[in-house]
Design a protein around this ligand. Structure first.
Ligand SMILES: [Zn+2]
Length: 256
């Protein structure tokens, strides 16, 4: 027992020394930071495209700047002009800590390679993926970790056209654990309004309308069910946005 107590005191002391050393930092992060050197402050897009993000670089970012960078990265993806990165070097750089700039919640769909879609590499963004990009307690906890603990500035929920999970929710599919998953999409089905045709999964316009509504509801759910994230957004520390990926073009557009 005595050994454990001495170890705990030593550990707390080391932690406090580390905290004092980073007194200028406003980041709540200790869990995400495991001793990686801060590196030089360089918040420019060019400065962070090829190397891994440092704490200093992360702290210089604003939610608006991060959003701008992700959308610019998507334009490069659409233009087939992705940044060439040395992944081996990035793996080595990032092994001891991470300072990602955003949390992206995307559908499970294999046609949406999230890091590529935003032209991001190792250590740049947290990505949570689940069919129908639905929000639950675990996703909320992950987002709170990403933003409050690890310092990310933006949460983006990304739905997409022709979402199979949304179609299955429209069709009332019932199968194993898929049933409770689809139940989380049903509110969007019930709120989606038929456009140019019937309210069925055979009507692409209707499906895409429900997909967008599903993203809007996910964003609203994040604000409603996470006091931590809602407060961070109200204080201007983060931004929470909904977006939509077009499977035919690769383009991401924001959902008002
Ligand atoms: Zn989908």
């Amino acid at each position: 027992m005595r050994g454990i107590r001495v170890y705990s005191v030593l550990r707390a002391t080391v932690w406090l020394i580390g905290l004092a050393a980073s007194v200028a930092s406003t980041s709540p992060s200790t869990m995400a930071d495991e001793g990686r050197p801060a590196g030089s402050a360089q918040a420019s897009e060019e400065g962070t495209l090829r190397g891994t993000l440092t704490r200093d670089q992360q702290q210089l970012l604003t939610p608006e700047k991060v959003l701008e960078e992700l959308l610019a990265g998507n334009q490069r993806f659409v233009s087939d002009d992705l940044t060439q990165r040395n992944h081996s070097q990035r793996v080595r750089e990032a092994y001891a800590g991470q300072y990602p700039k955003a949390v992206v919640l995307s559908c499970l769909d294999s046609r949406i390679p999230v890091e590529d879609v935003f032209d991001r590499g190792i250590g740049d963004i947290f990505v949570a993926r689940v069919a129908g990009n639905v929000v639950n307690e675990d996703i909320l906890g992950s987002m709170e970790f990403g933003c409050h603990v690890a310092g990310a500035k933006l949460i983006m929920v990304v739905g997409h056209t022709h979402c199979g999970a949304v179609k299955a929710a429209i069709d009332h599919v019932q199968l194993g654990n898929i049933t409770p998953l689809l139940a989380k999409i049903r509110p969007a089905v019930e709120q989606g309004k038929p456009v140019d045709g019937e309210a069925t999964s055979e009507n692409p316009a209707y499906v895409n309308d429900v997909c967008r509504e599903n993203v809007r509801l996910a964003v609203a759910t994040i604000r409603e069910r996470s006091e931590i994230l809602a407060k961070m957004e109200a204080a201007g520390d983060i931004k929470i946005v909904g977006a939509y990926y077009d499977l035919s073009s690769g383009a991401v557009s924001l959902i008002p």
